[in-house]
Design a protein around this ligand. Structure first.
Ligand SMILES: Nc1ncnc2c1ncn2[C@@H]1O[C@H](COP(=O)(O)OP(=O)(O)OP(=O)(O)O)[C@@H](O)[C@H]1O
Ligand SMILES: [Mg+2]
Length: 459
């Protein structure tokens, strides 16, 4: 880092001085006192990194950013802005800034951001130098939990990273399996609350009364069976983030209570005499059209506006085709390792096949599909043959309608289950152990189901 050339641009001399003091021993620092001077310096010299204020005389930080990103081999840019003007940070991130700092910030925070930006810049230089990128893209990410290579997803992630460390409530929408929860976790990790708890509550999974006690907790004796008081998820999330998953399913009576939580940051545990203060950041997800839920009267409009302070929409997988391959490679590795198998390579045909699916169940469906295919792959390379079985229970081809179609679609869960068991047994030549492995259930379950559905003759 010592040979890193950094340009600091800020019209406040105090800010420049502070940054210079922090960076002096670590990098070579040059200063500009307004935007125009910064741009002139960028034209005249090569820098690795620019740390710039957004609101400056002569030219803004966003203009400095535009100049920097237009330069071949240009520097990485970190913008600085006040909390009140967080919108500037969001626009800067969208225009290619590496990171942003909210004023006032500590020396540690600045150093960390600068080191991170410098590291990323070195890595991307190295990747560029390594050639066309095709080869490096084939290398599955090792432990990267959040994969995003498609520009549509990259810009979504840049956006959430830009708003991660505000306290604003975020409503994350997107189709089932698109990655709403993983994005919520990412926001928490990148927030100032990352050292605190992350608590997720599925609002669709519990009936109303249980959901209420789950969220708000109760005092001893509040109702029959409350032999001991228990804190709710809001209290457990204090100091951290709570994720209200599938918020559109929250019953009306609880919507009113939630509104109070959002407005006042206090909760009333069931049976409690005193409200309890909670220090939480609220994130929510929905895979339904919330506006429609509001219009049809199923969701309170005032609550919707409170939740949707920042709205993030996760694009469906079919709208970010460049994510399919890296995700498939990552899942192939993950499930091979987990199942103690060698990591298969994916043949070109397999990749082409995956790229051509519609994936109505999005990333989750892709993951399940690849997992099954990994279990079916016997050689070193996964071939279309290995996908045959997986496809039976999997995706719809691109262009085909999700509903209807030629094939008779099972209408109940039991029918679906029956169909999957029959198909799998047929494809494994009636091998129950193998079928159980593929379906992820015990041999005993398979045996019981065969009995239950009277499948003896069918297979
Ligand atoms: N970009 C990604 N990189 C790696 N894994 C991902 C990515 N997106 C989603 N996944 C994985 O796919 C699965 C589904 O993601 P997630 O649970 O976040 O979706 P969701 O939108 O919350 O789905 P649902 O609407 O069904 O609740 C998870 O196992 C998650 O880890
Ligand atoms: Mg989810």
């Amino acid at each position: 880092m010592a040979d890193l050339k950094v340009l600091i641009a800020d019209d406040e001399p105090g800010m420049r001085l502070a940054l210079r003091e922090v960076l002096r021993s670590r990098c070579q620092v040059t200063e500009a006192s307004d935007g125009r001077e910064a741009i002139a310096l960028l034209e005249a010299q090569a820098f690795d990194l620019v740390v710039t204020d957004v609101r400056m005389p002569e030219a803004t930080g966003l203009e400095v950013l535009a100049k920097a990103t237009a330069l071949p081999q240009g520097p990485a840019v970190i913008v600085m802005t006040a909390f009140a003007t967080i919108d500037d940070a969001v626009s800067a991130m969208r225009s290619g800034a590496a990171d942003y700092l909210i004023k006032p910030f500590s020396a540690d925070v600045a150093i960390e951001a600068i080191e991170r930006a410098a590291r990323r810049r070195t890595e991307s230089r190295r990747a560029e130098a390594a050639g066309s990128g095709a080869a490096s893209k084939r290398t599955p990410p090792q432990t990267h939990p959040l994969i995003a290579e498609d520009p549509a997803m990259r810009s979504t992630i840049e956006f959430v990273e830009a708003i991660a460390d505000s306290e604003a409530t975020v409503l994350i929408t997107g189709e089932s399996g698109a990655g709403k929860e993983i994005i919520a976790r990412h926001i928490h990790r990148r927030s100032r609350r990352s050292a605190g708890p992350f608590v997720a509550v599925n609002c669709a999974a519990l009936p109303e009364t249980l959901l209420e006690s789950e969220l708000f907790g109760f005092e001893k004796g509040a109702f029959t069976g409350a032999v001991q008081s228990r804190p709710g998820k809001f209290e457990l999330a204090s100091g951290g983030t709570i994720l209200l998953d599938e918020i559109s399913e929250m019953p009306m009576s609880l919507q009113a209570k939630l509104l109070r939580v959002l407005q006042e940051r206090t909760i009333d545990p069931i049976g409690a005499r005193q409200p309890v203060q909670v220090d939480i950041r609220v994130l929510a997800t929905s895979n339904r059209d919330m506006m429609a839920a509001v219009e049809s009267g199923q969701f309170r409009q005032d609550l919707f506006y409170r939740l949707n302070v920042i709205g993030v929409e996760i694009p469906p997988l079919r709208e970010r085709p460049r994510d399919i391959e890296p995700l498939a490679l990552y899942f192939a590795r993950k499930h091979a390792v987990r199942n103690g198998r060698p990591v298969p390579r994916l043949s070109e045909e397999v990749l082409a096949h995956l790229a051509g699916q519609r994936w109505p169940g999005n990333v989750r469906e892709l993951e399940n599909f690849v997992e099954r295919a990994v279990l079916l792959t016997r050689g070193e390379v996964m071939t279309p043959d290995d996908l045959r079985l997986s496809a039976r229970c999997g995706a719809t081809p691109m262009g085909a309608s999700t509903r209807g179609g030629q094939e008779t679609v099972p209408v109940t869960l039991a029918e679906m289950e029956r169909k999957m068991i029959v198909t799998t047994l047929r494809d494994t030549g009636g091998n129950r152990t193998r079928a159980a492995e593929i379906l992820g259930v015990s041999v005993r379950t398979i045996r019981n189901k065969i009995h239950e559905y009277g499948l003896k003759e069918a297979v």
